[in-house]
Design a protein around this ligand. Structure first.
Ligand code: PAF
Length: 281
């Protein structure tokens, strides 16, 4: 695996490959790689000649400084995992390389970032958009791979590519789950063993939501979810929303949309986890 720390060296290397007609698949990450990331690398390997993975803990997408500090950094293990997956290129820049001057860019995603993660993490999606746009301009991939766990992020990145005519195909990839159903996330590393077991309730609840969506009203489903977490000592529901898959706007009745996803954010101890389940598509 070729590893680059500077934009200049990475560009030189990729320009040569492009000149030789190679297609580039890109997997942007913040490191602390797990099976979810590795599944993106595998899918990218199948569909492209060359796979580039980036590892950069993007400070400007953290709305909470302690979350940024505590974000796991495991570069040695990450590199081993990427080598095992036969990833071709790793881009591992430092903060100065990505932000020689502080970013002042402001993006407008309309109503897409006014709900859920956008509502609860002010500035988060602007920070994601700044770094993803920069990375797309540096790597110039044909395809970029995003996990569906961060569903709202995937929709917003897709809008970004349309608004700025960035010629990259956004490839959404299935959520990878631990044995107990917990969606894989770098943040899971910060859970104690007991918390990991407790966190299984998130997906169990989502599966019950899917069953209930066949007969209960949206209000009833929401009440059910609130009750599920009210009983838990070490868990706190931050939001549960049933939204249209494209507009991300909350629904009041099932009749309002035929493409529906339920999204949730839950605190388990001091770790914030998100997950979702498609109800109708
Ligand atoms: O999903 C992530 O890990 C990050 O938000 C991303 C897309 C790498 C941007 O920093």
């Amino acid at each position: 695996m070729q590893t680059f720390k500077t934009i200049h060296d990475l560009r030189n290397y990729l320009d040569d490959l492009r000149a030789n007609g190679k297609s580039i698949g890109f997997v942007p990450t913040m490191g602390a790689l797990h099976e979810g990331h590795l599944s993106l690398i595998r899918e990218a390997k199948e569909e492209n000649d060359v796979v580039v993975c980036s590892i950069f803990v993007n400070p400007i997408q953290f709305n909470n400084s302690s979350d940024l500090e505590k974000y796991p950094r495991t570069i040695e293990t990450d590199m081993q995992l990427l080598i095992q997956e036969d990833c071709d290129v790793l881009f591992f820049p430092d903060e100065k390389e990505m932000y020689p001057v502080p970013s002042t860019e402001q993006y407008d995603f309309g109503d897409l970032d006014k709900v859920m993660e956008g509502e609860h993490r002010p500035g988060h999606f602007n920070g994601v958009a700044v770094v993803v746009k920069k990375l797309f301009e540096i790597v110039e991939p044909q395809r970029a791979y995003f996990g569906l766990k961060d569903y709202q992020q995937m929709v917003i990145v897709h809008k970004l590519t349309k608004d700025y005519n960035i010629p990259v195909e956004i490839v959404p990839c299935s959520i990878v789950r631990e044995e107990n159903g917990l969606a894989m996330s770098s943040r899971n590393e910060r859970l104690s063993l007991t918390e990991r077991t407790q966190a299984a309730l998130i997906y169990q609840t989502l599966k019950m939501v899917k069953i209930k969506s066949g007969f209960a009203t949206i209000t009833e489903v929401k009440e059910f979810v609130v009750k599920q977490f009210r009983k838990q000592k070490n868990m706190k529901l931050e939001y549960f929303e049933i939204v249209d898959m494209y507009s991300l706007q909350p629904l009041r009745t099932w009749a309002q949309s035929t493409t529906v996803i339920a999204c949730i954010a839950v605190w388990v101890g001091n770790v914030r986890l998100i997950d979702n389940i498609i109800l109708f598509s």
